[in-house]
Design a protein around this ligand. Structure first.
Ligand code: NG1
Length: 433
């Protein structure tokens, strides 16, 4: 728990008015030093948990339903039954994140209390900013439900379970966020590898500091960003299928592509019919890679070569950054951040003019490197800066980016690598039991 979270937890418990034992779960947001759009390709990332968090207080109910409420007025109360296949609320409804967490636990065979649960949420993570407020919500809700069910799961297994579970909301997400949130460690970034999930904490040199700066354009997965993100995921899957055909070997994801120059084997832009022919896919095989139920930005236009160039280059940058951190070479890490941003902007087309401008200002303001973080299409930039130059960087961002746009300092903050999620039992909230 952070210093302010005790008070926030007390307020949540008081609003719930639990008459028996209660729990409080905390899940932080995450930043990502390097490794964007690599996780779902089975390639590594270097994220860290931040101090901003989601708290969920909960206790048993008696009406047989899960009731979820939030201190955020944009998130009205929601109720649902926790049994079988839970039908989603309309797309974009915040309650689907709660249903996603419950469905994941049911799918894993967890038995939830039959009388239902009352859950109340409070968060300090900026929403739709690429710092994983949605995954923090899913993780905190899952930890609260598990604790109320008296079940504890291994964090790696839980991270994989919730990564799959979050796809309930219609996004083909990878596993970086849930793992970073559950496994975060103060003073460290996490080298995560996937399929299966593995985690290696990497110490961050003491003189390094990180600034998260919002581009002032939301990257809402409940809106436009969902189709753009899903499009990138299926483009990678289709590129992988084309490579499997060209190399005449089975490939499940781009992480299995043998080293060497494979880019020349890929066409750049393909229609659905062309890519099916290139990869010799049947309708059923295409539907497995590109499920008809997910929203895409453009279902008949797939960019292949440039997407793979970003993904493979980004994975190499993660490996180089881990080495540079171990050597204490922060300027080298900064250069890798800059290269990541350029690759995301040009090859992955996931940046925006506002994010490009913010990255440029951050560098001119003394950052060693800066890049758009998370899925992109809006959201926040991460800047790496020498600790002693942090205030100067913040002042430059305020003067040159936020001031002219009429926004105060709330849009940017210093993010320290912090502890991962936790859950505590409160045996007698406010002496009510
Ligand atoms: P954000 O920006 O937190 O939505 C998304 C995915 C990650 C990863 C990054 C891109 C979800 C929940 N998370 O992160 O798995 O693929 O984009 O690196 O969709």
């Amino acid at each position: 728990m952070t210093p302010d979270s005790g008070e926030r937890a007390a307020a949540l418990l008081s609003a719930l008015g639990c008459r028996g034992p209660a729990v409080v779960a905390r899940a932080p947001g995450r930043a990502n030093l390097l490794g964007e759009h690599t996780d779902y390709n089975g390639l590594p990332v270097l994220p860290f948990a931040i101090e901003r968090d989601v708290l969920v207080a909960g206790c048993a109910a008696t009406d047989g339903e899960i009731a979820v409420a939030s201190t955020d007025a944009r998130h009205p109360p929601r109720r649902y039954q926790a049994a079988g296949r839970i039908a989603p609320f309309p797309a974009g409804d915040w309650g689907n994140y709660a249903k996603a967490s419950t469905q994941a636990l049911l799918d894993a065979g967890v038995t939830l209390p039959p009388g239902g649960l009352a859950l109340r949420v409070d968060g300090t993570i900026p929403v739709a900013a690429g710092v994983s407020s949605s995954s923090a919500l899913v993780v905190a809700l899952a930890l609260a439900q598990l604790a109320l069910a008296g079940v504890s799961l291994d964090p790696l297994a839980l991270a994989e379970l919730l990564a799959r579970g979050e796809r309930y909301v219609g996004v083909l997400s990878g596993g970086m966020d849930q793992a970073a949130i559950l496994l975060g460690r103060p003073g460290h970034v996490l080298r995560l590898d996937f399929f299966p999930l593995r985690c290696r904490p990497v110490p961050v040199p003491a003189e390094a500091a990180f600034v998260v700066a919002h581009s002032l354009e939301d990257a809402a997965k409940s809106g436009r960003a969902r189709g753009l993100y899903n499009q990138r995921v299926v483009e990678c899957r289709l590129a992988c299928a084309v490579l499997a055909e060209r190399l005449q070997r089975p490939l499940e994801h781009l992480g299995e592509v043998p080293s060497g120059d494979v880019l020349d084997l890929l066409p750049d832009v393909r229609s659905r019919a062309e890519v099916m022919e290139d990869a010799r896919l049947t309708d059923a095989e295409f539907a497995r890679l590109v499920p008809a139920t997910v929203t895409l930005a453009d279902p008949d236009h797939f960019v292949l070569r440039r997407r793979v160039r970003h993904v493979l280059g980004e994975a190499a940058r993660v490996v180089q950054a881990e080495r540079a951190l171990a050597a204490g070479d922060l300027p080298a890490v900064g250069r890798l951040l800059d290269a990541s941003h350029a690759s995301g902007a040009v090859d992955y087309e996931s940046s925006t003019p506002a994010a490009d401008a913010l990255v440029g200002i951050a560098r001119e303001g003394g950052a060693l490197g800066a890049r758009l973080m998370g899925a992109g299409f809006g959201g926040a930039v991460l800047a790496l800066v020498e600790r002693e130059r942090t205030d100067a960087l913040l002042a430059t961002l305020d003067d040159r980016f936020y001031g002219p746009r009429g926004t105060g300092p709330q849009a940017r903050f210093v993010a320290a690598p912090s502890a991962g999620a936790s859950v505590a039992r409160v045996d007698c909230p406010e002496g009510l039991c």
